[in-house]
Ligand binder design. Sequence first.
Ligand SMILES: *[C@@H]1O[C@H](CO)[C@@H](O)[C@H](O)[C@H]1NC(C)=O
Ligand SMILES: *[C@@H]1O[C@H](CO)[C@@H](O)[C@H](O)[C@H]1NC(C)=O
Ligand SMILES: *[C@@H]1O[C@H](CO)[C@@H](O)[C@H](O)[C@H]1NC(C)=O
Ligand SMILES: *[C@@H]1O[C@H](CO)[C@@H](O)[C@H](O)[C@H]1NC(C)=O
Length: 390
Amino acid sequence: MTSSRILKILCLHLLSGALVLSQELDYIDYDIDDNSSPKVPRQSVTQQPDYDAQIMYSYECASECFCPSSYPFAMYCDHRKLKAIPNIPRHVRHLYIQHNDIEKITSKPFINATSLREINLSYNKLQSSKVDKDVFSILKKLIQLHLEHNNLEDVPSPLPKALKRLNLGFNKISKIPAEATQELTKLTVLDLCSNRLTDAGIKGKILSGMKSLMQINMCNNKLKSMPTDLPESIQQISLENNLISTIPEGYFKKTPNLLSLRMSHNKLKSVAYIAFNLSKLMELHLGHNQLSKPFFVPRTLEHLYLNHNDFKDLNISLMCPSLDLGNPNMLTFIRLDNNKLRGPLDYYAYRCFPRLMMIFYGNQRKDDEDDSEPQKYEKPKRPGATRLST
Ligand SMILES: *[C@@H]1O[C@H](CO)[C@@H](O)[C@H](O)[C@H]1NC(C)=O
Ligand SMILES: *[C@@H]1O[C@H](CO)[C@@H](O)[C@H](O)[C@H]1NC(C)=O
Ligand SMILES: *[C@@H]1O[C@H](CO)[C@@H](O)[C@H](O)[C@H]1NC(C)=O
Ligand SMILES: *[C@@H]1O[C@H](CO)[C@@H](O)[C@H](O)[C@H]1NC(C)=O
């Protein structure tokens, strides 16, 4: 079996429940709302006349844009070098206006756009000071707002309360004001990766108001400590490539629903022995830190990344203090390369983690060898895998 084949099989293992945890840095795309994406045309013009539906939409379309008859609720204005948002007809639910040169947004083109569910404004030149304050909040049905790859310095606020997905990645945001998030009780995914967030910028009661939040992405920022005030609903946390050096004792007590924690490329030196004693955790990425002490591995954990750390040995009896054959540990994959391990893994690992299918042991560093961090963060390549022989 080739290693990619093995990985594919592993991926299949992950297809448990409704969630698909992807193995690499791409985070889950939640299917937020069946109505939110125009994949299946509701109404096609070639269908039998349905006069009610015809009242709901029209052939109206901004002259700069394209409104396909097969997706009668969508207006495509992407890749057109637009400098302003054209007037949006009343029936439009999905506005695709990404990849333009828009710096500025006023309320005027949105005056009739009360049906909007989704706006993709990514890859524009939006500046916070040029975005009218109330432009989004009047869109009562807006569920998805994509503002990634702009020049925003602030989280736009106020935002509509119905919003479920907010993408703000690749902007210049350094802080989140409390009033921007308190009302977003329906939000499930918040993406703030690749911004300029600091600890001070997210201090206070910022996140807990988002009571439905399942996924928070704050990778590639300047955080030195764990975000405080996460809501209990959170299932996935992405904090890769920050400057976080500790996880406070009992930190995850407030987040009992956590499924996945991604914290590779930080400055973690140690974590409390029972830091990850969580009853649902499936995926733990701690590669490229400075860890050297083992910690308790919860029963549900399937994937553990400890590559590029400072482990000299791995005391399996500490990671797995008790054997419960009726309720075995779920660990299937562990990555250990680029530590300072001196010998093979204790054979006890295979008893305590009976589902272990793959250990990626790779190269180990000499005791005195530094694991100098690469200058720039790069998405790690999938490792070649060694198969465990039993
Ligand atoms: C809003 O709709 C009205 C009536 O259909 C129309 O006259 C007006 O031009 C529209 N305004 C904008 C900004 O789309
Ligand atoms: C928004 O546009 C970007 C850029 O083209 C694209 O990658 C992304 O998939 C779009 N998102 C949605 C939800 O349409
Ligand atoms: C983990 O937490 C559970 C209950 O929350 C507790 O019973 C158990 O002893 C803890 N495990 C460890 C190793 O501390
Ligand atoms: C692992 O840790 C336990 C508890 O501290 C200790 O008794 C045991 O000797 C250690 N095992 C190894 C192989 O170091």
